[in-house]
Design a protein around this ligand. Structure first.
Ligand code: MN
Ligand code: MN
Ligand code: MN
Length: 273
């Protein structure tokens, strides 16, 4: 089997539509897929009652949270999409994005840019609103030359539009996923650039808060990292998950279905589904 349990579509910041993602995942030989868009499950709306004998699709989401001032992503797998708690969680996340977008727009207007909130919302076209949409609007409206300049001068790290996200606490998003009957997975543990001790601490807190699994494999990564994360999962009694974190074709480190086998000794997240 080939499991890819972390992927994005146009419902958040991916470039393939949900249908295109399904087709590409099948072509890549994926047999167990989850679409885990940022703070939304709307991709599944266009895939009514998906069933296929060659590839199983489980409902998923990637929720943003905060742990000790560090932004932490938690993937919720095998969730019940109709659970009211999940619906209100998604609404809460949408509001947090809106509030942040308003702050970004205020900062940009102080720099002389106009209509950025409306423009960014339009650019987001119903998907999870973020800085890339401000960048796209600034370019499309002729206020900035390129996306890269927009980030370099106005939206990137340390620039006025780099507004801290107002996400809920780590334990809150784990509780949401649990309420929706899902498996809460600590996403891409290596991406937070935490030292060994900090990562241990995060994993411990994740467990105490009721988290279930650790993403032992996130896209193409070195074997040493895989075995380190496999050990971490086992030390804490966490299930092991794996996914490409695919956003768009052509990124060799995150190609659809390009997911190595989990280390032996790890219990895969799908074991009890
Ligand atoms: Mn993303
Ligand atoms: Mn992420
Ligand atoms: Mn992701």
């Amino acid at each position: 089997m080939l499991a890819d349990l972390h992927t994005h579509t146009t419902a958040s910041d991916g470039v393939l539509s949900p249908e295109q993602l399904i087709t590409s995942a099948k072509a890549a030989g994926v047999t167990l897929l989850s679409i885990t868009d940022h703070d939304t499950i709307s991709a599944y709306k266009s895939l009514p009652a998906y069933t296929d004998k060659d590839m199983q699709l489980v409902y998923g989401i990637e929720l943003s949270s905060i742990w000790h001032k560090t932004g932490i992503h938690v993937v919720g797998l095998n969730i019940d999409p109709d659970c009211p708690a999940l619906q209100s969680a998604i609404e809460t996340q949408r509001n947090a994005r809106r509030e942040r977008a308003k702050t970004i727009a205020d900062k940009l207007s102080k720099l002389g840019f106009t209509d950025t909130l409306e423009g960014a919302i339009k650019a987001a076209n119903g998907t999870a609103l973020g800085r890339p949409h401000f960048a796209r609007f600034l370019v499309d409206s002729g206020q900035v030359k390129t996306i890269s300049i927009a980030f370099k001068k106005f939206l990137g790290q340390g620039k006025p539009g780099d507004v801290r996200e107002n996400w809920p606490a780590l334990e809150t998003v784990i509780a949401w996923i649990s309420e929706a009957g899902g498996t809460a997975v600590l996403a891409h543990p290596n991406k937070y650039k935490l030292g060994n001790l900090k990562l241990q601490e995060l994993t411990k807190d994740f467990c105490s808060a009721g988290g279930h699994g650790l993403e032992v494999i996130s896209g193409k990564q070195e074997d040493a990292l895989t075995s380190r994360l496999g050990t971490l999962a086992q030390q804490h009694g966490l299930l092991a998950s794996c996914g490409s974190d695919f956003h768009q074709p052509g990124q060799s480190w995150a190609e659809l279905g390009s997911v190595a086998a989990l280390p032996s000794g790890c219990t895969p997240v799908w074991e009890n589904w």
